[in-house]
Write a protein that binds this ligand. Structure first.
Ligand SMILES: *Cc1c(COP(=O)(O)O)cnc(C)c1O
Length: 431
């Protein structure tokens, strides 16, 4: 029952567009009422109607330690007693920067911001400032936040000029964004051959998670690295989602590729608003006040946010949390694949570290086009059947599920038995 959530949603819609502060939360693509959450603990969240859910959203990634982790909570509490914002440098900022540089060796210098959107926006400006070129390249189905340059998806063909995804994005800005398919080396080669000397930066989720989870073909990221280097294009890895999810060193560590710049977010804030962009010193030295590329933030490096980030990363390192969360995910996905095989369902599961996506397609999903072969009607049935049984999944086929170190063997067994029921329903609908 979602009686109270239904009323809350109606009330919210009066004063907030669509009742939500981020569109995916509205459940538009699956229909129905989003549960309004009042509390969380470990692997569970609770709504205002007192329903309990095992959580596979985890705030879209940040909560890798599970909700309300005592170490993180205590760090935030202690910091808040000393002041919530100063607009002056603190030791905590250096500490978090050092931790990030230590985990991700391609990052030599790092600037803190408040959201992933800010991080990618700033990284692009920096690439342009550094190269004195204007074009940028992004990949179909990769999401990098909501600023103008990156709210662009592909037309067909590598050289179709960017068309805005959203009203309000000027065509003149979108036109500087070139979009090509992921996992397609030839498309990148062609684009660079034609426009390489005018391209400032290429931004990519090395292991995309915003079209559902997609993995790079063998050698693909290596080719991206070599080609961008050959044309003097700044290679930006957007690891806002994959950071500390695919591995402790993030996807660049896992695949042994060194980008020029990296964007991180989500996990590094432990649930508070933190993101960053960083990379080679030579490039980062262009950022103000060292260089001319202007970027600033009243609340950047906020003491509460830094405290949460430091507590999360230190705990994660000391307790091998990435590996634990990944083991939980392997266990769940192994069971899921078995159910799919038994039911002979046309499904594909992609998994990496503590992330996975169940696609309702028999095709291998390796790019946006193959992700789009998924049957959205089946997803909708599956999603609602899971929600009714107390399993909270991201409300879209094109989102990734996340797990934490707080998910227990009981949670996994419970989830698998719910999956069996939900997928049997899907199977019946296909008959
Ligand atoms: C979530 C996400 C962003 C945007 O981060 P916000 O904090 O929501 O602005 C950017 N890039 C990727 C890969 C993301 O997953």
């Amino acid at each position: 029952m979602l009686t109270k959530s239904l009323a809350a949603f109606e009330k919210a819609k009066q004063v907030i567009p669509g009742g939500v502060n981020s569109p995916v939360r509205s459940f538009r693509s699956v229909g129905g009422t989003p549960p309004f959450i009042k509390q969380a603990q470990g692997s569970k969240i609770y709504d205002i109607d007192d329903n309990e859910y095992i959580d596979y959203v985890l705030s879209y990634g940040p909560q890798i330690l599970g909700h309300v982790h005592p170490t993180v909570v205590e760090a935030i509490r202690a910091a808040s007693l000393k002041g919530t914002s100063y607009g002056a440098p603190t030791l905590a900022e250096t500490k978090l920067a050092e931790l990030i540089c230590e985990f991700v060796p391609s990052i030599e210098m790092v600037r803190m911001v408040n959201s992933g959107t800010e991080a990618t926006m700033s990284a692009l400006r920096l690439a342009r400032a550094y190269t004195k070129r204007e074009y940028i390249v992004k990949f179909e189905g990769c999401y990098h936040g909501h600023h103008d340059s990156l709210l662009v998806k592909a037309g067909s063909g590598a050289l179709t000029l960017g068309v805005p995804d959203s009203p309000g994005v000027p065509a003149s800005i979108a036109g500087n964004t070139l979009t090509i398919p992921y996992n397609d080396v030839a498309a990148l080669e062609n684009l660079l051959q034609l426009k390489g000397s005018e391209i400032a930066g290429l931004i990519i989720e090395p292991t995309p998670g915003n079209m559902g989870l997609v993995l790079p073909n063998p050698g693909y990221l290596q080719a991206v690295r070599e080609l961008t280097a050959a044309y003097g294009v700044v290679l930006i890895f957007d690891e806002v989602m994959s950071g500390f999810r695919s591995s402790e060193q993030s996807s660049q560590g896992l695949y042994a590729i060194e980008p020029d710049l990296t964007c991180l977010g989500k996990v590094i804030g432990g649930g508070l608003p933190v993101a960053c962009y960083g990379g080679k010193k030579e490039i980062m030295q262009c950022v103000a006040p060292l260089g001319g590329m202007y970027q600033a933030g009243t609340l950047s490096g906020n003491p509460l946010a830094m405290a949460a980030g430091i507590a999360t990363l230190e705990y994660l390192k000391a307790h091998k949390i990435c590996a634990q969360a990944a083991t939980n995910t392997e266990n769940l996905v192994q069971g899921l694949r078995q159910i799919i095989a038994e039911l002979e369902l046309p499904c594909t599961v992609n998994i990496l570290g503590s992330m996975f996506t169940l696609f309702f397609t028999k095709n291998q999903v390796t790019d946006f086009a193959s992700a789009c072969t998924s049957d959205l009607a089946s997803f909708k049935i599956y999603f609602h059947a899971m929600l009714e049984q107390g399993i909270y999944l991201p409300p879209s086929q094109f989102e990734t599920c996340f797990m934490s170190s707080a998910h227990t063997p009981e949670d996994i067994a419970q989830t698998l038995s719910c999956m069996r029921i939900a997928l049997t329903k899907v199977k019946a609908s296909l008959a």
